[in-house]
Design a binder for this molecule. Structure first.
Ligand code: NAD
Length: 297
């Protein structure tokens, strides 16, 4: 199939590579041209394009993997955007973690161009993108999703259809809010344990066979925190965005969610203190500085 891929960063680069290995022809675009060139050099059948319009002209299905929904909207509707190049019957699959309300707007405008949109954000982190074990959380029409399922299968292990367009992006924010609050709660709990005198690696051994176990304790805290790597490929600013989307959805529906609201304040403060390049696990270092307690053995 002729496929377009826009946004070839940590996640998109690895995902596009799986599509190329699956034997598909790829048109690639990233505002940072080196990111697209890196994939086209390694994979026969993958070439770079000069604009999203050119990508759409060359493709039946276009994937986007961009930081958030405004970037997706710009990529679709800017003068040299996808909408200017899409043929009727094409499909846009937005795998970014984006705002459901922007996604719905984009999808409605694309209907005028005869293009179906699927939101299909992912869970599984950089490792999941590399190993093709991502979880896709999809919204949109069943018929369009059916057409792209074989492509999703090249990049992931699970595909869930959650409802109309926007539902996938809403689900993604549910997942990331749960992860973000777990990360803060686990950090605070382990700081208390360390201050009492228990070694962080011993705490992880217990948590990982007890009710406090999570993705955070099982996968992230050992290598990232106890071993002091702090080089996770998920940027803290992206986690803050996801928590903000969740709280906006709660507000829109008149739901009081005090822990989530406080969580957003904490992520916002950490992001302001740590700056642009911080990774999601740096929030632990931010706590460590504030408390004077370090989660190392
Ligand atoms: P990234 O910053 O590594 O990649 C984003 C890419 O998009 C970059 O290469 C950037 O140059 C490009 N880009 C930005 N704006 C663009 C535009 N207007 N047109 C074309 N290209 C543009 O980010 P990432 O970690 O790959 O995350 C991408 C999305 O996936 C985000 O929504 C993030 O929240 C989500 N996500 C990330 C992870 C993770 O662990 N990194 C996991 C799950 C979901």
């Amino acid at each position: 199939m002729r496929i377009g891929f826009i946004g070839l960063g940590v996640m998109g680069g690895a995902m596009a590579a799986h599509l190329a290995k699956g034997g598909h022809n790829l048109a690639l675009y990233d505002i940072a041209p080196a990111a697209a060139r890196k994939i086209s050099r390694r994979h026969k059948g993958a070439r770079t394009a000069d604009s999203p319009r050119e990508v759409a002209e060359a493709s039946e299905v276009v994937f986007t993997m961009l930081p958030e929904g405004n970037a997706v909207r710009a990529c679709v509707f800017d003068p040299d955007g996808l909408a200017a190049g899409f043929k009727r019957g094409s499909i846009l699959v937005d795998t970014s973690s984006a705002e459901p309300w922007l996604t719905r707007e984009t999808a409605v405008r694309l209907v005028e161009h005869g293009v179906a949109m699927i939101d299909a954000p992912v869970s599984g982190a950089a490792e999941g993108a590399r190993n093709a074990s991502l979880v896709f959380m999809c919204g949109g029409e069943a018929a369009a999703l059916k057409r792209v399922r074989p492509l999703l299968a090249l990049m992931g292990k699970h595909v869930f259809h959650l409802g109309p367009v926007g539902s996938g992006h809403a689900m993604k924010t549910v997942n990331n809010l749960a992860t973000a609050l777990t990360l803060l709660g686990t950090t605070e709990a382990m700081l208390i344990g360390k201050a009492y005198g228990i070694a962080p690696s011993a705490m992880l051994d217990v948590l990982n066979v007890s009710t406090g176990r999570s993705f955070v304790t099982d996968v992230k805290f050992g290598p990232q925190v106890v071993e002091r790597r702090f080089d996770d490929a998920f940027r803290l600013a992206l986690m803050l965005k996801d928590v903000g989307i969740a709280n906006r959805l709660a507000d829109d529906q008149g739901l009081g969610v005090p822990v989530s609201a406080l969580g957003e304040q904490l992520w916002r403060a950490a992001n302001a203190a740590l700056g642009e390049g911080a990774c999601v696990l740096d929030v632990v270092r931010w706590y460590e500085r504030a408390t004077g307690v370090e989660l190392k053995d």
